[in-house]
Design a protein around this ligand. Structure first.
Ligand code: SF4
Ligand code: SF4
Length: 439
C-alpha cells in the first residue's frame, strides 16, 4: 500500500495530531505518539502493518492508504468532474444592477448608471430558476445578490425574485440559502425583517475599507452621514437578528493596521457565532514581504487582545479559494439577462456564456471544450499536485498557463505548507472548527 497523495498529517492546537485526506475530506484525530510512529514509516508504509496492525488496517479501510497512486489520481479527477456537473447544489448569483450609490476607487465593476433588471428579465430569471429546481432535482439553492449595489434595487428586483423563488423551493422541497453582498448603507430594519421571512439561512457580507477615517475616505455619500457608522450599525442589527454576517475587511498596506479599530468597534459582538471577519487584500495591492509583516503584526495584536467567538478567517493574502467558476451548477445572471460563470471578470459579451430567453431557458454559446474540465484543463502538473481535490484555481487560469505551470505558483509535489491555508478556507469541515476553537 502507499500513502494517498492527498493524505496530510498535521498538528492541531489541541495537542493532538490529525490525519486528513483532502479528497475524501475524512479526518482522524491521533495521539502524538501514534503520529510519531506514522511519520517514521511514512515513506515505507508497509512497515506500519507489523508495528501497529490495527492502525494500519484503519488507514487502509478509510483510504488514507491506497493501492495505486494513479488510481487515486483518476478517482480524484472523476470526483471533481462529477461535482462540477452535479446539480445537487445550485448557486445563482444575480446582479440586479451594476449601478452603485458609492464610488470606491478600487471597484473593478464598470459602473452602469441607472442600470436595472427589467420586469421581463426578472420574469425570465424566476422561470429559469424554478424550472432548474424541478428538472434537476436540486437539493439546495444558494441565491446570491451582487452588483453594483444590489440593495439599490431591493424593492423592484431582489424582493420579487426572492418571494417567487421561496415559493418554488417550497414546492420542490429545496433548501434556500440567501446571500447579499453589500456596502451596508441600505440595509434597513424593514429589509432585514423582510429577508428573515424567506429563509433561516441568510448571509450578509458587508465591505469595510479600514477604520472610520479610511472607510469614509473611500466610501462617502456627499452628505454628512458617516458611511462607516451607518454600515457598522446595520451590521450589528443584522447580527442581533441572527443573520450570518461577514465583515469583509478589504485591506492594503496603508489600511491594514487600522482594522484593529474595526475589530474593536465590534467588541460587544465578538461572542456572536454568526459574526465572521474575512480579510481580503484588495486586488491592486502587491502581496509582498512588507504586506506579510504588517499582516502578521495585525493578527498578533488581534489574538492578544480579543477572543473572537466566530470562525475568524485569516486570509493572509494568498486568496486560496476553491474556484466556483468551473461548476456547471454555478450561474451569474446580469441585470441585462446575460449569463456568466463568475463575478470576477467584466460583464461583457466576450465573457458571457449565454443569455436567458423569454421562456426562461439559458441559451448557451458554443463551448470551447478544450477549456472545460472534460478537455485538457488538468495537465500532468495538476495531476501530480497534492492540492488537486481542493485546487483554488480555475480552468481559465490553467489554460492561460498552457498547463505547463501552476497559475498560483504552487509546487505540486511539495504542496505541504499550503495545506494550512487550505484548512482555513474549508469552513464547512468539522476539523476546521475543532482546530481553530481548541485552545
Ligand atoms: S460599494 Fe462595492 S460596488 Fe459600490 S463602488 Fe464600492 S466596491 Fe464598487
Ligand atoms: S498545480 Fe496549481 S493549478 Fe494545478 S492542481 Fe495544483 S494548485 Fe491547482
Amino acid at each position: 500500500m502507499k500513502l494517498s497523495r492527498y493524505t496530510e498529517l498535521f498538528e492541531g492546537k489541541d495537542g493532538y495530531s490529525y490525519l486528513f485526506n483532502c479528497m475524501t475530506l475524512k479526518w482522524i484525530q491521533i495521539e502524538k505518539e501514534l503520529a510519531d510512529i506514522f511519520k517514521l514509516h511514512e515513506t515505507n508504509i508497509d512497515d506500519l502493518r507489523e508495528i501497529h496492525p490495527d492502525f494500519y488496517d484503519a488507514l487502509v479501510s478509510e483510504e488514507y492508504l491506497v493501492k495505486d497512486i494513479d488510481d487515486d489520481i483518476n478517482k480524484c479527477v472523476e470526483k471533481i468532474i462529477k461535482e462540477y456537473n452535479s446539480f445537487d447544489n445550485l448557486t445563482i448569483t444575480i446582479n440586479p444592477t451594476l449601478d452603485c450609490n458609492l464610488r470606491c476607487w478600487y471597484c473593478y465593476e464598470k459602473r452602469h448608471a441607472q442600470s436595472v433588471m427589467s420586469e421581463e428579465t426578472i420574469k425570465n430569471t424566476i422561470t429559469f430558476i424554478s424550472n432548474t429546481l424541478k428538472s434537476r432535482n436540486v437539493k439546495k439553492l444558494r441565491l446570491s445578490f451582487f452588483g453594483g449595489e444590489p440593495m439599490l434595487r431591493y424593492k423592484e428586483v431582489v424582493k420579487p425574485i426572492i418571494a417567487h423563488i421561496y415559493d418554488s423551493c417550497k414546492l420542490t422541497s429545496t433548501k434556500l440559502s440567501l446571500t447579499i453582498t453589500t456596502n451596508g448603507i441600505l440595509l434597513t430594519d424593514k429589509t432585514l425583517i423582510d429577508l428573515k421571512k424567506f429563509s433561516p439561512d441568510v448571509n450578509i457580507q458587508i465591505a469595510f475599507d479600514g477604520s472610520r477615517e479610511f472607510h469614509n475616505k473611500v466610501k462617502h455619500l456627499g452628505n454628512h452621514i458617516s458611511c462607516y457608522d451607518k454600515s457598522v450599525q446595520n451590521a450589528k442589527k443584522a447580527i442581533e437578528m441572527g443573520f450570518n454576517v461577514v465583515v469583509r475587511c478589504n485591506y492594503n498596506k496603508e489600511t491594514i493596521a487600522s482594522f484593529k479599530e474595526v475589530i474593536a468597534d465590534f467588541k460587544d459582538f465578538h461572542h456572536y457565532n454568526n459574526l465572521r471577519f474575512l480579510f481580503q487584500r484588495i486586488w491592486q495591492e502587491k502581496n509582498d514581504e512588507e504586506l506579510g509583516t504588517l499582516w502578521k503584526k495585525l493578527i498578533n495584536e488581534i489574538e492578544t487582545n480579543y477572543s473572537i467567538n466566530s470562525n475568524f478567517h485569516k486570509d493572509s493574502g494568498h486568496s486560496l479559494k476553491v474556484c466556483y467558476a468551473d461548476f456547471r451548477n454555478n450561474i451569474v445572471i446580469n441585470y441585462d439577462g446575460n449569463a456568466y460563470r463568475c463575478t470576477a471578470r467584466d460583464f461583457n459579451t466576450t465573457n458571457s456564456i449565454g443569455k436567458l430567453n423569454e421562456d426562461g431557458c439559458l441559451i448557451e454559446k458554443e463551448r470551447d471544450e478544450s477549456k472545460t474540465i472534460k478537455g485538457t484543463s488538468y495537465g500532468n502538473i495538476c495531476r501530480q499536485c497534492r492540492l488537486l481535490p481542493i485546487c483554488p484555481s480555475c480552468s481559465q487560469a490553467r489554460l492561460e498557463c498552457r498547463f505547463e505551470k501552476c497559475p498560483i505558483g504552487i509546487n505540486p509535489i511539495k504542496a505541504v505548507n499550503n495545506m494550512k491555508n487550505i484548512f482555513q478556507i474549508l469552513t464547512g469541515i468539522e476539523v476546521y472548527h475543532q482546530l481553530l476553537t481548541s485552545k
